[in-house]
Design a protein around this ligand. Sequence first.
Ligand SMILES: [Zn+2]
Length: 390
Amino acid sequence: MHSLKNTGHKLLKSINQQKVLYLIFSEGSISRVELAHKTGLSQQTVTNIVNRLLEDGLVFESEHVPLVAGSGRKRVALSVNSSSHYALGIEIAGKYIRGCVYNFRNERLSSTKRSVDKYKNIDDLLQLLHEVIDELLEQVPVLAKTKGIGISVQGLADSKQGILLRVPGLGFLQLPLTSLLEAKYELPVYLENDANLLAVNENMNGCLSGSTDNITLKFDYGIGGAIFSDTRLISGSSYVAGEFGHYKAFTGPEAYPCHCGGTGCLTTLLSISGLQHNTGQTLEAFQQAVRSGDESMIHLHDTMIRTLAVAISNLVTFLNPDRVLLTGRILESWGIDIVSKLKETLMESVPMTSRGVELLYMEQMPEETLLAAGLVLKRVFEIPLDALSL
Ligand SMILES: [Zn+2]
């Protein structure tokens, strides 16, 4: 009984400590008084926690700011010591693996990349991944202060179990990636699909904040999608919800076979890899052919846009989101005008009741390795909700 109580007390202490540390991090700089106010903890508890954090070198007293402008009273602001902790952010894409070292101020300290035409097999992928991680770990200023590795994958991942399910070019796998890497590097490893990662980031503090129901669609080397319903990411029963790439979209002569075994999937033409596979054209060559008046390519281009408009209209009708976020290099190559065209079709075709939806376009996606490193940061500050009832 005694030891149980002690465990509870210790846990509560660490949760309060995480709360305080996270607030100092997210606010940039904050005083002890504000910390007490925002956490609901007593001034004395905050002082005790801050003293411990100062001793550990996790935070530092950054500046003296007048409490009230013009008054003589000053407060001491606290900031997280950015140089004290690091995270690795890795991006696994169809043609490359890239990685960067970040400190807790989201500043990039170093980066490296391995390019590949196509992964030959799982070992080939792991070999390149190890090379990237090894090189980055050599560049971390203090290895002991590396808090983990975050991985974003352009493919499918079961983020809860840390299993890689699909990578472009390798088809379906069941690779327990996080446990493999954790055993090798003795660091916590977190894995997430790139579209989910983008959607979570935008819902937390980007262009989807304030939205309760939204869809994120990324048309890039492959197609990625994420659905937020009632402010929660829908993961599905086997963590692959939002896989819009295999939405049946094309019929007739444009219904190309898809690597999933079906035909006419959205990804067979509306992704860089599908376009190249089925028409033999790179995105740049295709756009160039359209611009120079190649009739068959113009026809295909119009079909792609019309199909995309229908697909989005169906998703909006079905899921009733308040916002839809579009991004990726396919859309980038078409330019911003395409969004107003899509909007027009959307407003004509969806039921009156769903027309409140906003169509957003993100030209510049946030740096993917930074989002991946954010997985580490998020876990470092994570407060287990079920522990709060203690
Ligand atoms: Zn398919």
